[in-house]
Each structure stands twice: as C-alpha cells, then as structure tokens.
Design a protein around this ligand. Structure first.
Ligand code: NAG
Ligand code: NAG
Ligand code: NAG
Length: 496
C-alpha cells in the first residue's frame, strides 16, 4: 500500500512573482476563460462600507455610492489613471442573500461568541487588467480609499500565492514518512486500525486554483468541482499544487501509487477563480461561502492560499478582512477550516501592515488587544527528519496551532508539458503541511463520529488535535505548536 512508483524527480521552482510594476491600468476588455488553461485574472479589490458613516455622509452605501467612492479615489490618488474603468458588484454573488442570512443566524445560535458579519456591506470592485501589472496603482488607490470615513475596510481580493514550494532540491523520499509513528510522523497507520480513522463519514473541500482530478490515484476518489473554475496555477502554469494537496489526503487505497491519510473521506474542490463582470477574477471569500453552503457541521475546508502584506511578505490569507469574515462564519457553523500559516519567514506575533490599511496591527498575536481569532486551525511547517525544526520558509508565532512536515511529502503530482503524465513527487512548505493536518483532523473527527455518534465543532476539534502532540526540538524558537500524534490521542482515550 505504501509503495510508490516514482517516475520523475523534479525540482519545483515557484515562478517569480513580480507584482511591482507601476504601469497604469488600461481600458478594460471582456476576456473569456477557457477552463483548464492557466489564466491571469483581472485585478479586484474588496470594499466594506461602514453603513453608519455612510448614512451620516448622506450616502446610501449601495453599489452606486461605491462606484462614486472609487471614482473619487481615482481622482484623489496620486498614481491611478483617472479614466480606468471598473465595475462594482456584491462581494458574494454565488450564494443568495437569503441563504447567507440563514447561515449567519445559524452560526449565531451555534457559537455565542460569533460576531455576525453583514455580508451585504462588502462589495467587489473589478478592474479587468491582470493583477500582476498594477500593484502600485492598486495600492495607491486602496490607500486613498481607506482614508474615506465610509470605508470600513478595503484590500486586494486576488493575486495570492499558493503557499507551496521550497525551491531547494528535494531528494525523493522512499515512502510517505509523514504517516509513520510520532517522533517523525502523525501515525496515520495506527489510526487506520480504528473505525473512522480513515476519515469515514467526513467531507473536505480544498479551495485553490486547480487540480488534475483524473490523476490515476485520485480518479476513483470521485472528487468533484463544486463551484468556481478549475484552472492551472497562474504562476506555475500547471496542476501540481492542487494535485499534491489532494494526494496527501485522498490518494485511493488501491494497488497503484500511494495512499492518502484519509482515503475514507469524501473530497470536493472549489476554485477561487470566478467569471463575473466580464472576466475571470479571484474571490477567496466567495469561494469559502460556496464551500460553507455545501458543507455541514463537522465537515472541513482546506484553504490553500497565502497573501502578501504591504511589504510583499507572505501571510496567512485571513489577514484579509473579507476572508476573516468568511472563515469566522464557517467555523461558527461547526466547519473546521485548515489554513497554512504561509511561507513568508515572518513572525506572526509582530504587527502586520495589510495592503489597504494605514497602520500595522497585531491581529495574529494572541496576547495583543488587537488579536482576532477566526477559529481556523493555523498550520506551520517543520523538517521531516529528527531533530525536527522549523523549515526556513514557514511563518511562526503563538497563533500557530499545529505543524506537520514541510518537506519530502511524497504525494500525487503531474508532469509533462501538457500536464498529462501522472506521477508522484515530493511536496513542500506550509502548503504541504496543511493537508497532513487536514488528514489528521478528519481522522480524529471520523473516530469521534464512530465512537460517539456526533461530531466536534471547529474549536473543540482544534483543541483536541493538539493534545499529547510532538513538539519540535526547540519549541520556544520554532514557535510552531505540536505535530498531532494520532496514536497518543487514541491510546490516551481522548477520542472515546
Ligand atoms: C460521484 O460523485 C457524484 C457527485 O457527488 C455522485 O453523483 C456520484 O454518484 C458519485 N459516484 C460514485 C461512484 O461515487
Ligand atoms: C507591491 O508593491 C509594493 C510597493 O512598491 C512592494 O513593496 C511589494 O513588494 C509589491 N508586492 C509584490 C507582491 O510584488
Ligand atoms: C458511517 O455512516 C454510516 C451511515 O450513517 C454508518 O452506518 C457507519 O457505521 C459510519 N461509519 C463509521 C466508521 O462511523
């Protein structure tokens, strides 16, 4: 079962991401999307209207007023070309306002601490030009917008990076060591011996750009695209990232390839790329709401995206306010959200300067008054060999709940210029650690469900998977939390 057919050793290089030219936006054109291609979506921003401030300035806070705000900001901002066209839409277009209200009301009942979001105050502003060409222009526009009293929050909506890939050479690892007993791995092998330990009766949705769903070792898992488009990653021009993520969790228990941590779970995918307003745009909060709409209490979402702060360093995607609101709704509904901490080498306890914010804030430092908890399980990445320490690229800090391997994660992949060769390759980074944690969490949820006939809510599951986990060799320096140890949880009687 654990034997791999290794076809190709490839070293992955994350395509250089240059988002820093100062070219102004040009006239929009309607662009069509061919699913399956690598596309560069248009740039988009999210704007949250402060309704009270809007009323006091005699604005209706509706689409027309947001259009006016953007036009004002274009005039007021130094670099923006004035005549750039744009369209304004509600932030969430795929889930109806009535359904969102139902979900928010239910979350309020399930989680008394939930602070409800009025999603109707969030808008998306779409500029059809590719994101990579207008970083400076967009930043300038956001800086101006954020100074208006009617604007409660604003930030870029797309352009994040899939938090994978360590560009160093990865020697192929002869087996999936992340499955092995604690010390090294999470001991999935042991959990498979218990009812539900393979993730039976649990469901997970992976949210990112694209996947090869007919990979030879995934095709029988019947993983379906529920919403959004399935497109190649814009920076890597292939399906490797999503295929690797799905593989670590869901490779089928058959006689080919490898096996996922939770081959008994049902997987689905939701694409972050959407067609709205005449072109492809990325919208992470809408993708999360699509997943929430499809899931129930005890299910899970894996959010495989990271985003830059104003200095271009990579952070977990929840630093974006609209994503924070969407994750908070999900976790309050009992849906576990697993989120990579990001590959920015950043201390998450330090103040973070978000794009579109005037001042840095310690939103991810649990001992700061500015801290906010989305309820997500935040995942860091450590080395695969003992002594285990933080891998260079992983972010770190007290907010990080747990970690897993961030290198040598042998999993499903694709090769060939047409992405048509099914293969198995090592995967890296906090992107690689997060599906291992998603696997551990749903293995635990499956066993709880089998033993108790009920499932745990998001916060209870987050607390439980940390118990008796394996620390890194230098916890106070690594700041990654523990790696879950499924055997310790089972043998300690914590799942009964
Ligand atoms: C595959 O999934 C689809 C949609 O979830 C479902 O309709 C179909 O019955 C499934 N097929 C198998 C073989 O499980
Ligand atoms: C965007 O522009 C800012 C300001 O020039 C720069 O600091 C930042 O690194 C750029 N971001 C990316 C992701 O390139
Ligand atoms: C999964 O759910 C089915 C139907 O409710 C039940 O019969 C089965 O025992 C469950 N399996 C586990 C491992 O909990």
């Amino acid at each position: 079962m654990l034997q791999f057919r290794i076809q190709l050793a490839l070293c992955w290089l994350l395509g250089a991401v240059s988002l820093s030219t100062t070219r102004a936006l040009s006239t929009p054109s309607s662009r069509t999307v061919a699913p399956g291609n690598s596309i560069i979506p248009g740039s988009s921003i999210a704007v949250k209207i402060d309704r009270a401030a809007a009323v006091s300035s005699r604005s209706l806070g509706d689409i027309k007023s947001v259009e006016q705000l953007i036009r004002n900001a274009q005039k007021d901002s130094r670099l923006s070309k004035r005549e750039v066209e744009f369209t304004v839409h509600p932030l969430i277009t795929t889930v109806s306002p009535k359904r969102i209200t139902q979900l928010v009301e239910r979350a309020t009942v399930l989680n008394p601490d939930y602070v409800p979001t009025d999603f109707s105050t969030w808008y998306q502003v779409l500029f059809p030009e590719p994101e990579s060409e207008d970083n400076q222009t967009l930043h300038d526009l956001l800086a101006t917008l954020s100074g208006y009293q009617e604007v409660a929050s604003c930030h870029p909506l797309g352009g994040g990076i899939l938090p994978a890939v360590d560009p160093s050479n990865d020697p192929l690892f002869p087996s999936q060591g992340y499955m092995t007993p604690a010390g090294e791995g999470i001991n999935a092998l042991y959990a498979w011996g218990f009812p539900g330990g393979d993730g039976a009766n649990t469901t997970i949705i992976d949210i990112e750009r694209g996947w090869k769903l007919d990979h030879e070792d995934l095709v029988d898992a019947n993983i379906t695209l529920l919403a959004g488009l399935n497109v190649k990653d814009r920076y890597q021009s292939n399906y490797r990232h999503g295929t690797a993520v799905l593989g670590a969790m869901l490779m089928v228990d058959n006689n080919i390839g490898g096996v996922g941590i939770i081959p008994g779970a049902q997987g689905h995918v939701v694409g972050v790329t959407r067609v709205v307003g005449g072109g492809p745009f990325e919208n992470y909060p809408e993708a999360i709401l699509d997943a929430v709409d499809a899931l129930g209490f005890g299910d899970a979402i894996l959010l495989e995206i990271q985003v830059p702060d104003a200095n271009g360093n990579m952070f977990p995607v929840e630093i974006i306010d609209a994503v924070f609101d969407a994750i908070s709704l999900a976790t309050s509904l009992g849906i576990t959200v697993i989120e990579p901490a990001g590959n920015g080498q950043q201390d998450l306890d330090a103040p973070i300067l978000c794009i579109g914010s005037a001042t840095p804030a310690s939103i991810l430092n649990p001992s700061s008054p500015e801290f906010r908890d989305s309820g997500a399980i935040m995942v860091g990445a450590a080395t695969s060999t003992i002594p285990r320490t933080r891998v260079l690229e992983s972010n770190y800090g007290a907010r990080i709940d747990v970690h897993a391997w961030g290198e040598n994660i042998l999993t499903a992949s694709v090769a060939g210029s047409a992405d048509d060769i099914d293969t198995y390759l090592p995967f890296d980074g906090t992107s690689g650690a997060a599906p291992i944690i998603a696997g551990a969490a749903l293995s635990v949820q499956g066993m709880i469900s089998a033993n108790r006939g009920t499932k745990l809510d998001a916060l209870a599951l987050r607390d439980l998977i940390k118990i008796d986990g394996t620390p890194t060799s230098n916890p106070s320096v690594d700041k990654l939390g523990v790696q879950p140890d499924l055997r310790a949880l089972i043998d300690g009687g914590h799942l009964l």
